[in-house]
Design a protein around this ligand. Structure first.
Ligand code: PXL
Length: 291
């Protein structure tokens, strides 16, 4: 059996020229962690969709041609990592791609990019939510933020949740297929200066939590950076709680490197200033078991 000398990650995300989201962060993060990224672009945009206007080219048809060429060339991937998709029909293309290419020990990570802060992103329709609910069934790992978790479960968004409610949401999402579920951007009850990430590992039947300082600025693309670090970390053999620590600490470093400037936050965190930190082992652990 052919094995890649450097692990190959098929990255199914859009290419947005400005604003540090999707492929423009997935590629540098995973390359810095020592993996080869093979992009399967879902759409080309002038910028991400949180700017007041943007151009948008849907690549659904081109994706089918790219996949066909990869099949003819016999390309072998070690991981599949999907994010922002350009059209609901694309989900079926992506599902088939994963089904036809995945091998037994490959890692499939689905970041169900749908929205944030209780709302869907511009350009994301209810039919995309329905399709995303199907795509997560093919994943080993999913990383919704709290808003996306509610949309995936068809439940109303709320911001104050008990540990038991979060555990129930994680469990319900894992029951759809993924063996690891990570929910990001969970507010900490009674403490606006902290934010947390909750996770469930079905194989060991354990729930994990990482809490870190919350700085009051919204930077698009931090979810993409977070899931890219999780993907790299799991691919290099880290446990789920170590991957959670590594990704949370990296996001905090990125936000801290940016927050002190007077700056247009739509450009995302100053990733280039902190990328080198991905080469360094995690310095301290802060994960907790949720009882
Ligand atoms: O980071 C998520 C994301 C990815 N791709 C596009 C987006 C967004 C969030 O706004 O607009 C095009």
């Amino acid at each position: 059996m052919y094995t890649n000398k450097v692990k190959k990650v098929a990255a199914v995300h859009d290419l947005s020229g400005v604003g540090r989201v999707s492929l423009t962060v997935v590629m540098p993060v995973l390359s810095s962690m020592g993996f080869q990224v093979c992009p399967l672009p879902t759409a080309i945009l002038s910028s991400h969709t949180q700017y007041p206007h943007f151009s948008f080219l849907d690549l659904t048809n081109e994706m089918e041609r790219i996949i066909e060429e990869w099949k003819l060339l016999g390309i072998v991937f070690d991981a599949f990592y999907t994010g922002y998709l350009g059209s609901p029909r694309q989900v079926q293309v992506v599902e088939r791609f994963i089904r036809e290419f995945r091998k037994e020990n490959d890692l499939v990570v689905v970041d169900p990019v749908l929205g944030d802060n209780g709302k869907l992103y511009a350009n994301i329709s209810e039919s995309m939510v329905v399709e995303m609910q199907k795509l997560i069934c093919s994943a080993d790992v999913i990383t919704p933020n709290l808003t996306e978790a509610f949309y995936l479960l068809n439940s109303d968004c709320k911001t104050s949740l008990s540990d038991d409610e979060l555990k129930s949401n994680l469990f319900q999402l894992s029951a759809k297929g993924p063996s690891m579920v990570i929910i990001t951007s969970v507010p900490v009850r009674g403490n606006p200066h902290m934010t947390s990430v909750y996770a469930y590992d079905k194989i060991s039947d354990r729930y994990w939590k990482v809490t870190c300082p919350y700085l009051p600025a919204h930077y698009p693309g931090t979810g993409d950076t977070f899931t890219s670090v999780i993907t790299g970390s799991l691919l290099q053999g880290d446990s789920l709680p170590i991957a959670l620590d590594r990704a949370s600490q990296f996001i905090l470093q990125g936000i801290r490197a940016t927050f002190g400037y007077k700056y247009d936050t739509r450009e995302g965190i100053l990733l280039e200033k902190v990328l080198h930190n991905l080469r360094v082992p995690v310095q301290s652990f802060s994960y907790e078991l949720v009882g």
